[in-house]
Ligand binder design. Structure first.
Ligand code: BGC
Length: 731
């Protein structure tokens, strides 16, 4: 370079403010993300940084808990918003304000709760788990991501992967049941589905693993309350799904509302800083749950919003969702020296990284599109329908009463028969009741004309004591060959803030079942609900029971397909159905008792009515003897176990094989058995198929102690599959 050029360059550089220089770099789409983040961060003021960590709402909110805000009230430099509209217009207007009126033109990231679909609503997550088909769940998440992103949402607050063993807790509907591994598998599948290979595509969104951590342990199923969780249980039960979700590349995590043995999750340094950001090297964003920073005050952990903000940021919480604690106190906390600037920078760095990863600097606006381009495309509805089919669980089928034989006159009785809204389940996103096929409509279409084969009476409402419809229900049942009794829960009975002291159906519904039994007609019970139910009184009254969950828009179509035999049910429970509420908590992966022959309930059975993994088919499967490639292995060796499964019945059927591991004696006691792998295959009638489980001793046979260290001990392990077992020795 000659002298003149050097002098010229130096002069030019001196003339440009540092901000202009940096601005050129962070706006360069070809620069590496980390460089862009650092460039931008270095030219932000403290006030601008604080705004990036502040989240509010925008748009019309259909959830009565939360009130949306208008553009004019929102500062241009805000970091993120929860977006309640279902089209991009309002987003784009607000984004324009951010891009044009804020000093640095940092785009806003818009989040929303698309939990089991955005507009094309598929079954609740608990039901999805019962389908044991993570790749189908992944496809459903991809549909949800596409609909959301095209409507102005960049970030979904999903999946919820809180292991839950108390069905009184309404939020069991939102997760994948009682097993840590199952929750982890679906966490990873959801992350893949939402985020795809590249989050900056026009059809992907950032995922959010929630609620970190242990929210499912809420005492007695009451929402938002204390949770007693030892470090060992944290590692055994509640952390594994998050570790799997983080490994799958989740972009964000939401902290939980619960108090974990004295330290609320919102401000839990061990969970947030040490494990998530430290041990697991998570480089994404941690957002609080709704107003959770503020709620540290009623939780007794902070005496003011300022102290709550101090404890949260210092514990590693990046974004304050709607509390306004960071907004009002963070700058002051930094200025007085209570919060180091580096900690604010670290939080902002993560928010900016998310925005770059989402491609928001390049494409801040969402193109306008018609509803039909975005929503309910036939191929997306087909996924929702298949997922619903596979999630339904046949719990009872006395004398093979199902599938129904053609030509029978069917009486559809009960408050669920013509419901659409209830079948959507909680967190229905932008779903609409009119999109849902009711059970009645599904049956009408399935059996076609004549309608004379399908009769109907509501019988009673979901609750209250009005029996005035019983007489009509009895009369209609009297004219039919079979009663299909449609009972269950209203949409609002499960989900957030929907705890119940009993998981039995309301008395009026049980009485309707008794009335139907008195008619002497065979009874097929269809149940739509967001949690396991207490069925000990109803079960003996029915010949068959089909758990249809809250199936989303497909609703009655798969139900009708199963009743008529077009579809062979293949769902298996991901959460135990207790015999009665008093047994709660009852789950399969408990630890052994000191006296295995004693300690039972004196008044009822100690066994649940239907255990984890239970579910019938129209066909029968026979498991062969499992075989292993070796019966003794070293700690760093591997072994594959396999089993042949034969379809011995008349129908083609799909079987999910569950592989469990037990470590009968260990330095710390282990659960009686733990699910470590599952696989689902279609097996034609008469056909035999092979299933395999590739065992990595440390991952599958080992355990994590209370400090997070993983071990595998020498000794004998039992691998069970169906009713079969095989032993493996680790040396
Ligand atoms: C829920 C979260 C949800 C958030 C935002 C909270 O009340 O616990 O699951 O993501 O609201 O809507």
């Amino acid at each position: 370079m000659n002298r003149t050029i050097i002098i010229g360059t130096v002069a030019l550089l001196t003339a440009l403010s540092p901000q202009t220089l940096w601005a050129q770099i962070y706006k360069d789409r070809h620069a590496p993300i980390e460089e862009r983040v650092e460039d931008l961060l270095s030219c932000m003021t403290l006030e601008e940084k604080v705004l990036q960590l502040h989240q509010r709402t925008i748009g019309k909110n259909k959830n009565s808990n939360n009130i949306g805000e208008k553009i004019k009230d929102i500062p241009a430099g805000i970091g993120s918003l929860i977006y309640y509209e279902d089209w991009p217009e309002v987003r784009n207007d607000m984004q324009k304000k951010a891009m044009e009126e804020s000093r640095l033109g940092i785009p806003i990231v818009f989040g929303y709760d698309a939990i089991h679909g955005y507009r094309t609503i598929y079954p609740i997550p608990l039901a999805q788990a019962c389908a044991w088909n993570p790749s189908l769940a992944e496809k459903a998440c991809a549909v949800s991501a596409r609909e959301a992103r095209m409507s102005g949402v960049d970030w979904t607050f999903s999946p919820m992967i809180d292991v839950a063993r108390d069905p009184r807790w309404g939020r069991v509907a939102e997760g994948y049941g009682e097993d840590p591994y199952t929750n982890g598998v679906f966490a990873a599948a959801s992350v893949r589905g939402y985020q795809g290979n590249k989050m900056d595509s026009k059809e992907n969104v950032a995922a959010c693993l929630k609620h970190y951590v242990g929210y499912g342990a809420s005492e007695a199923g009451r929402d938002y309350v204390y949770t007693e969780i030892s470090r060992q249980t944290l590692w055994d039960t509640y952390l594994p799904p998050y570790e799997m979700g983080v490994k799958a590349g989740a972009a964000t995590v939401m902290s939980a509302f619960n108090d974990i043995s004295g330290t609320p999750a919102t401000a839990h340094p061990y969970a947030l800083k040490e494990i998530l950001k430290g041990q697991w090297a998570f480089d994404g964003v941690i957002v609080s749950d709704w107003a959770a920073v503020k709620q540290l005050v009623p939780q007794g952990f902070a005496s003011s919003l300022k102290e709550a903000s101090l404890k949260s940021i210092r514990a590693g919480l990046d974004i304050d969702m709607v509390s306004e604690g960071y907004l009002n106190h963070l700058a002051e906390l930094v200025k007085e020296g209570s919060v180091p600037m580096e900690e604010v920078d670290e939080a902002v760095r993560r928010v900016l990284r998310l925005k770059f990863r989402l491609g928001l600097f390049e494409r801040p606006y969402t193109p306008e599109s018609s509803e039909s381009e975005r929503f309910l495309r036939p191929q997306d509805v087909a996924i929702a329908e298949r997922l619903a089919e596979e999630s339904m669980v046949l719990l009872k089928n006395k004398d093979n009463i199902l599938p129904l034989t053609a030509g029978k006159r069917i009486a559809l009785i009960g408050p669920m028969a013509k419901e659409q809204e209830a079948l959507l389940g909680s967190w229905k996103g932008q779903g609409k009741a009119e999109d849902v096929t009711s059970i009645w409509e599904g049956m009408r279409k399935e059996i076609g004309e004549p309608d004379s084969l399908l009769l109907y009476a509501k019988g009673c409402d979901f609750e209250k004591e009005d029996e005035s419809g019983f007489a009509e229900a009895r009369a209609v049942a009297g004219k039919a060959d079979i009663v299909v009794l449609c009972l269950g829960e209203k949409r609002s009975w499960s989900g957030e803030n929907a705890s119940r002291s009993t998981i039995a159906l309301p008395n009026i519904q049980e009485r309707l079942a008794e009335e139907m039994q008195k008619t002497g007609k065979p009874i097929v019970l269809l149940l739509s609900n967001g949690r396991p139910l207490e069925l000990c009184r109803i079960e003996p009254l029915c010949d068959a029971i089909l758990e249809i969950w809250q199936p989303g828009i497909a609703g009655g179509r798969p139900v009708a397909g199963i009743l008529t035999g077009r579809i062979n049910p293949s769902g298996k429970l991901a959460m135990t159905f207790p015999y009665s509420t008093g047994q709660i908590p009852v789950y399969y992966n408990r630890r052994g008792s000191a006296r295995r022959h004693q300690g039972f309930y004196q008044d009822i059975t100690s066994n649940p009515l239907y255990s984890f993994g239970y579910g019938l088919s129209y066909t029968t499967f026979e498991y062969g003897t499992p075989r292993a490639t070796a019966t003794t292995i070293g700690k760093d060796g591997t072994v594959t176990v396999g089993v042949e499964v034969t379809n011995t019945g008349q129908y083609d059927g799909t079987e999910t094989v569950h592989w469990y591991v037990s470590d009968p004696y260990c330095s710390i006691t282990r659960p009686l058995k733990e699910l470590k792998y599952f696989e689902k295959q279609l097996i034609k009638a008469g056909e035999t198929r092979k299933f395999h489980f590739h065992i990595d001793p440390l991952r599958d046979l080992g355990y994590v102690d209370g400090s997070g260290k993983r071990f595998v001990e020498s000794g004998e392990y039992v691998i069970s599959v169906g009713k079969e077992q095989i032993k493996i020795e680790v040396k």
